[in-house]
Design a protein around this ligand. Structure first.
Ligand code: SF4
Length: 75
């Protein structure tokens, strides 16, 4: 299991390279979070407002595989 979690202020994003199809929908959907030229390539830190967090949820849910998952912070 290669799932890794990236932490942000409102929510975390986890990623499993083994199920990623490299369709790049995430990269096109929210390039400020998903940037394959950066390390780490997923940075949920920029999703620091409710609006940006919702956009991140939408982009993650558009992932054609379950490679990306949102991990909500518990209240
Ligand atoms: S959208 Fe999902 S399957 Fe496509 S590159 Fe991103 S993580 Fe991988």
């Amino acid at each position: 299991m290669a799932r890794k979690t990236y932490t942000g202020p409102i929510l975390d994003v986890s990623y499993d390279i083994d199920v990623c199809r490299h369709a790049a929908r995430c990269v096109h959907g929210m390039p400020e979070v998903f940037d394959t030229h950066r390390k780490p390539w997923i940075d949920p830190e920029v999703a620091d407002t409710p609006e940006k967090a919702q956009k991140l949820r939408d982009v993650v849910s558009a992932c054609p595989t379950s490679a990306l998952l949102i991990e909500e912070h518990s209240a």
